[in-house]
Design a protein around this ligand. Structure first.
Ligand code: HEC
Ligand code: HEC
Length: 198
């Protein structure tokens, strides 16, 4: 019940915000109207042009489809804990979660800010490239599982998600927990700075 009310409030907010955002509102002719309004709720936080409203909300426009679908299921099942995203994932049917992952994956990653700082590659980045791809755009791995794009994700989001893996707060991937435990906070910060500037 609480989820429905929460979602209803957010959906009403998108309607109110509609005139200002009309051009960028989700209105896929192939989708039922209800699904379009649900996807507009996502953009309230993740941004109606792909740039999240504030950090540490992650960019999802142009993110790897299979990665996002796994996260949505993990939020839903509690394997990845984030209260707001649990509500969001519960407000969509299983089929809608797949459509949402596909829809956002097909959107364009937001353009890099002109003044985005570029940092030199810190040591140890080659390890990450083995899974996240040479250019850090993420990659489809065995059995359709994908690693996420890291290039151009916000510094605040990256550094916080790396800390959560390291501190065992995010445990939905055992490799990432192990890898982050072995990296010092200062090195994680340098890595996040580098990746956010790509
Ligand atoms: C009220 C704000 C808010 C709304 C609305 C919202 N999200 Fe999120 N979303 C977040 C935050 C914050 C995170 C980061 C969660 C964390 O790691 O603690 C997130 C994370 C995600 C992630 C994981 C991204 C990654 O890189 O791991 C996906 C996928 C996602 N959201 C999809 C959606 C979809 C689809 C919707 C709409 C059904 C939606 N979100 C609605 C705030 C929101
Ligand atoms: C063995 C393969 C592997 C290696 C090596 C690896 N990663 Fe990952 N990484 C993954 C996978 C798989 C995920 C998605 C986990 C999940 O399902 O939530 C991930 C997730 C992440 C995330 C979370 C992104 C998001 O959007 O929430 C960050 C940040 C990250 N990795 C950074 C790194 C960095 C930095 C390195 C190098 C020090 C690295 N990873 C090395 C496989 C790997």
């Amino acid at each position: 019940m609480r989820i429905r009310i929460m979602f209803g409030v957010l959906a009403a907010m998108t309607v109110l915000a509609a005139p200002a955002n009309a051009a960028s509102a989700v209105s896929e002719p192939a989708f039922p109207r209800e699904l379009n309004s649900k996807l507009n709720v996502c953009n309230l936080c993740h941004g109606s042009n792909g740039a999240p409203l504030r950090t540490p909300i992650p960019v999802i426009w142009g993110q790897q489809e299979n990665y996002m679908l796994k996260q949505l299921h993990d939020f839903h099942g509690g394997e990845r804990k984030a209260e707001v995203m649990k509500w969001m994932a519960e407000a969509l049917t299983t089929e809608e979660l797949s459509i949402a992952a596909k829809y956002f994956a097909s959107q364009k990653w937001p353009a890099k800010a002109a003044n985005a700082p570029a940092a030199a590659a810190p040591r140890g980045m080659a390890v990450c490239q083995a899974c996240h791809a040479q250019n850090f755009l993420g990659a489809v791995q065995a059995e359709g599982v994908s690693t996420p794009r890291l290039a151009g994700q916000s510094y605040d989001y990256l550094v916080e998600s790396m800390r959560r893996f390291a501190d065992g707060e995010r445990t939905n991937n055992a490799d990432m927990v192990q890898i982050m435990k072995d990296i010092t906070p200062a090195d994680r910060e340098a890595m996040a700075k580098y990746l956010s500037g790509l």
